[in-house]
Design a protein around this ligand. Structure first.
Ligand SMILES: C[S@@+](CC[C@H](N)C(=O)[O-])C[C@H]1O[C@@H](n2cnc3c(N)ncnc32)[C@H](O)[C@@H]1O
Length: 317
């Protein structure tokens, strides 16, 4: 079923807009961007419209219905530089037989390493030096029924790790505080990335996170220090990483790999301050209506931000 969440998808669109308007990163975007999972296509359509960017973007969407809707949205918007292809992002962007880095045991347990490998990178993927996406991040030991395309492996971060293992120069991904954010930031660092920009906002728990397989797994991850949330929800960050060797002049990109990444430290502190609940049951008494959504606040450890639609913390190095 096509995924569109008014808070999450709109926030993703804002993060893409931030990327498209970055002067520092513009040279690395000029050859095109590949997108994992456009969903309805609306976030990127809106980002392109608002930014006026002419950078070519190719989205790969597994779900046939979503791809059809996204194609309609791109045609209606008459943008000309956003194409959505139905298919597996990894099949289109990885060489056949490419080895996965990261945590193979994790992938094997979650069954994710068995994703089909296609005939090789297609033309758009060969040119692009930037990947973006709001990847599936629901953690569960088994593929959750009714939300299989939102499954991020058993810690929720498997798909994001796989994108960060592709050696793109620039990667913008949404990362969730319930899906091993610390491990993911560490993985990006080990892959040679530094954080150039980030934004973060609260997201209330929805019907997918309340599925028993998912909520149980979130509780387990919280008890082992790999998921952070409060009674009303969790935090979602849009993070732009740049590979150290890619652009010496880009913010934060020229440092040696073993130097501390201060921006990552700040982001880690914020994401782990999302809350210290260990079970979604602790949110049982919380009203999750639209009114409650508007009242959600976050304490970042820096300062408290009210949850107006556009409100979010952000920063760059
Ligand atoms: C969390 S949704 C995000 C949708 C949209 N970007 C948004 O923010 O509204 C993740 C999307 O990725 C798609 N997806 C998951 N794995 C994929 C893969 N390997 N290749 C292409 N699309 C994938 C899903 O079908 C789903 O539409």
């Amino acid at each position: 079923m096509p995924f569109f969440d008014p808070l999450e998808s709109t926030f993703y669109g804002h993060c893409v807009e931030r990327l498209l308007t970055s002067k520092d990163l513009a040279p690395l975007l000029a050859d095109g961007i590949v997108e994992l999972g456009p969903g309805t296509g609306r976030p990127v359509v809106e980002a392109l419209r608002r930014s006026g960017s002419r950078v070519p973007i190719t989205g790969y969407e597994l779900d046939a219905d979503s791809a059809r809707i996204a194609n309609r949205a791109t045609a209606r918007a008459e943008l000309g530089n956003y194409t959505v292809v139905q298919g597996d992002f990894f099949a289109a962007t990885e060489e056949p037989g490419a080895r996965q880095h990261g945590d193979p045991a994790d992938g094997r347990k979650a069954g994710v390493v068995d994703l089909p490998v296609g005939p090789g990178r297609d033309a758009a993927a060969r040119r692009a030096r930037c990947a973006i996406g709001n990847p599936p991040y629901l953690p569960a030991i088994a593929r959750p029924v009714g939300a299989s395309q939102l499954w991020g492996g058993h810690d929720g971060a498997h798909v994001a790790r796989r994108v960060l293992s592709q050696e793109m120069d620039v990667v913008l991904l949404m990362i969730a505080s319930i899906s091993d954010p610390v491990g993911l930031v560490r993985h990006a660092r080990a892959a040679g990335y530094r954080i150039a920009d980030w934004s973060v906002r609260p997201i209330p728990f929805g019907r997918y996170s309340h599925q028993p397989w998912v909520s149980r797994r979130i509780g387990e991850l919280a008890r082992s220090g790999r998921a952070f949330f409060g009674p009303e929800g969790y935090l979602l960050a849009g993070v732009t990483w740049v590979r150290g060797s890619a652009l010496a002049g880009a913010a934060g990109a020229a440092d040696e790999p073993d130097e501390p990444d201060d921006v990552a430290t700040v982001l880690r502190r914020i994401l782990t301050a999302a809350g210290s609940a260990t079970s979604l049951d602790e949110s049982a008494g919380v009203d999750r209506t639209a009114g409650a959504r508007r009242r959600v606040r976050i304490a970042s450890g820096l300062h408290e931000v009210p949850n107006r639609p556009a409100s979010r913390l952000s920063g760059s190095s």
